[in-house]
Design a protein around this ligand. Structure first.
Ligand SMILES: Nc1nc2c(c(=O)[nH]1)N[C@H]1C(S)=C(S)[C@@H](COP(=O)(O)O)O[C@H]1N2
Ligand SMILES: [Mo]
Length: 227
């Protein structure tokens, strides 16, 4: 892990902590996520056979998280006026967005014309009322220690979403049930699966693959994954 990324992140979180009591729990959770995992070889080497054409299923810390519709909650917190927990039904009740977009993994495979449905981040983060200082969003996976961030500007791209359907079906467990980040402009590693917490902060920090050498701004064709 590059020390720079960790320092920058701890700075971000400390700001939230000093002004907002409830930020403390969020801080503890995120900071433990970022602790190095010892003794485990993580990565695409663990890819499983794909259920549908083109996809390869990645999971850095098996087994995959399982989803229970009755108890699952999505937390939205950090630099917000009103931290919230959404049930699956509440998530499904937010304005629905649909799109067709291509998906590119940095290792060279792509899936064209994927049909996604989900919620745009504008509609999602509005629920928690972001504070003016919020300029970045962390997406925390139920699969520890997978986490990644976007600037708020990136999250608000017109085709970025928190997706809950893939090709007309509720997101399957291998694809990140019940909800994953989708940002077609960026390589697959930014598209965090099994998202269970969305934390707003002041600036982005290095996520799982970025701590292992990939660019934080994972623009398809324009980042260090290109070629
Ligand atoms: N939680 C989690 N999210 C993840 C990954 C992962 O291993 N764990 N792999 C990423 C990578 S590198 C890619 S290419 C895509 C692959 O999506 P798929 O597993 O649905 O094919 O998921 C991304 N999101
Ligand atoms: Mo990937």
């Amino acid at each position: 892990m590059r020390p720079y990324g960790r320092r920058a992140f701890l700075g971000v979180v400390a700001v939230g902590l000093s002004s907002l009591a409830w930020g403390e729990a969020a801080w503890r959770g995120l900071s433990s996520l970022l602790d190095p995992v010892t003794g485990r070889l993580a990565g695409p080497l663990g890819a499983l056979p794909s259920p549908a054409g083109g996809w390869r299923i990645y999971n850095v810390n098996p087994p995959m998280p399982s989803f229970d519709r009755a108890t699952w909650r999505l937390r939205i917190e950090g630099l917000v006026e009103r931290p919230v927990e959404l049930s699956y039904d509440q998530l499904r009740g937010l304005p629905r967005a649909e799109q067709i977009s291509d998906f590119h993994c940095v290792t060279g495979w792509s899936v064209e014309s994927v049909r996604w449905a989900g919620v745009r981040f504008r509609d999602l983060v509005e629920v928690a009322r972001p504070l003016p200082g919020a300029k970045a969003v962390a997406f925390v996976s139920a699969e520890r220690p997978y986490v990644d961030t976007l600037t708020l500007e990136q999250a608000l791209l017109p085709d970025a979403m928190l997706a809950y359907e893939l090709d007309g079906e509720p997101l399957s467990r291998p694809h990140g049930a019940p909800a994953r980040l989708v940002i077609p402009e960026m390589y697959g590693y930014k598209n965090v699966k099994w998202v269970e917490r969305i934390v707003l902060g002041r600036e982005a920090f290095d996520g799982y693959w970025e701590q292992r050498g990939y660019d934080r701004d994972a623009w398809v064709g324009r980042s260090n994954g290109y070629g």
